[in-house]
Design a protein around this ligand. Structure first.
Ligand SMILES: *Cc1c(COP(=O)(O)O)cnc(C)c1O
Length: 431
């Protein structure tokens, strides 16, 4: 495959942009090689600067759930730009957007728009702290909540010790307020809570994790967290930046029947534009400025172009439940195809999937938390990634990512992915 133009651009990029990219995973460091630079995309396909065609499994990490350059969303954006790009004043579409989100996600009574998932999670924990008057938060190892300081914290050595900064530039003071538990481990959460009585403002998690690869909550885990939070007056925050509007119209919380106090949203909510949101119980959200004392603001929040794209996306999803039926069927078809190939080849790798999210882990162990995800053979994944790329399949360039299916994938595309997967496994394992 010729990627000469991409290679040239990447060389140049490294002179002017740290690491050559505006978000680290794009640099392909986890899989080696040079990243492909994308020029355009339509439906299930992306095209790179050398005009190679790939079938999409990243879909902008989720937002392109209807495939690329969807005509309805394009039209909404074209229409909106006729009326200027931004006002910094309230607009009709923000009201429509808020009303629609509240109707689609029942646990949300009030919602505030922001510009990214990172802003949503940062703001949600600030409100939770303002509401409870407590400082500490609990998060889970392997979950990602954007790049806010409070989330870039590694677990301490003992279960009840303070965390330590996971990035230079994050202060020890901030790290002291973030406690980390293993995913799917209710007992560890209870231990943390007992050791920090009346100090914990919020517990935040991805209800289905996408950011250590796709990892599902164990039976009863989410309900157990809900119970602990109720007993201890802790604000339960579900970070549905990835799962919101993807695993169901009302997100993972609808699918698993759990009602959080706050929810953070992003990715799909902007239809590909930079949008995030946080919302939940009215009594908590009424603490947000100017209704309440917790400050949070944004010059471009609720931007009219972004709202037009997002509103059109959400309205479509709200009106077309068959989207989710199709995504479920596509996910199932893909997984069954992968499983059949692995059986044929005598392989026993772990395949985690729910709806339109999946990860093939290069380990025989069940993957239920971060240590088990890390038991994967990472160099082997790197070879698999490139074998797939060579066959025209564009995957997330890390073992610790979920793939995201779109409704633009038809049976013929899914068949091609299944075939490429089998060929790639044979190639990298010399079978
Ligand atoms: C992507 C993501 C974020 C961060 O969103 P950005 O828009 O990249 O800032 C937060 N939480 C989860 C679960 C995510 O997947």
């Amino acid at each position: 495959m010729n990627i000469a133009t991409s290679q040239h651009l990447f060389e140049k990029a490294q002179h002017f942009i740290p690491g050559g990219v505006n978000s680290p995973v794009r640099a392909f460091r986890a899989v080696g090689g040079s990243p492909v630079f994308i020029k355009s995309a339509k439906g299930p396909y992306v095209y790179d600067e050398d005009d190679n065609e790939y079938i999409e499994l990243i879909n902008s990490w989720g937002p392109m759930i209807l495939g690329h350059a969807n005509e309805l969303i394009q039209k909404a954006v074209y229409d909106a730009i006729q009326h200027s790009f931004s006002f910094g004043a309230p607009t009709r579409r923000e009201v429509e957007m808020a009303e629609l989100i509240v109707s689609m996600v029942p646990s949300i009574e009030k919602v505030r728009m922001v510009n990214s998932g990172t802003e949503a999670t940062m703001s949600a924990i600030r409100v939770a702290r303002g509401f409870t008057g407590r400082d500490k938060i609990i998060k889970f190892e392997g979950c990602y909540h954007g790049h806010g300081d409070s989330f870039l914290i590694a677990a301490g050595s003992g279960a009840v010790t303070f965390g330590t900064p996971d990035s230079p530039g994050v202060t020890k003071g901030v790290a002291n307020d973030t406690l980390t538990a293993p995913f799917n481990d209710l007992e560890a959460v209870q231990t943390l809570v007992n050791a920090n009585k009346n100090d914990i403002a919020a517990l935040i998690l991805e209800p289905v994790v996408g950011n250590m690869g796709c990892v599902l909550p164990a039976e009863g885990f989410l309900q157990g967290l809900r119970k602990i939070c109720d007993e201890e007056g802790i604000v339960l925050i579900l970070d549905e930046v990835m799962t919101g509007f993807r695993l169901a119209k009302g997100g993972a919380q609808e699918r698993f029947g759990i009602s959080p106090d706050l929810t953070t949203l992003g990715k799909i909510i902007g239809g590909g534009m930079p949008v995030g949101a946080y919302g939940g119980r009215a009594d908590i959200m009424n603490k947000v400025s100017p209704a309440g004392p917790v400050y949070q603001a944004g010059t471009l929040s609720g931007n009219p172009i972004a709202m037009s794209a997002g509103l059109t996306m959400l309205n479509y999803l709200n009106d077309h439940p068959e989207v989710y039926t199709q995504l479920e069927a596509s996910g199932e078809k893909l997984v069954n195809g992968f499983k059949a190939s692995m059986q044929k080849l005598g392989l026993n790798y772990t395949l985690n999937q729910i709806g339109s999210m999946y990860t093939l882990f290069f380990t025989d162990q069940p993957v239920t938390d971060f240590p088990s995800a890390k038991s994967s053979d990472l160099p082997l994944f790197g070879r698999y990634f490139h074998a797939m790329l060579d066959r025209g399949i564009y995957m997330g360039p890390s073992q610790f990512e979920s793939m995201f299916l779109s409704t633009a994938l038809e049976d013929k595309h899914l068949d091609k992915i299944i075939k490429a997967n089998e060929e790639s496994l044979k190639e990298i394992l010399s079978l």
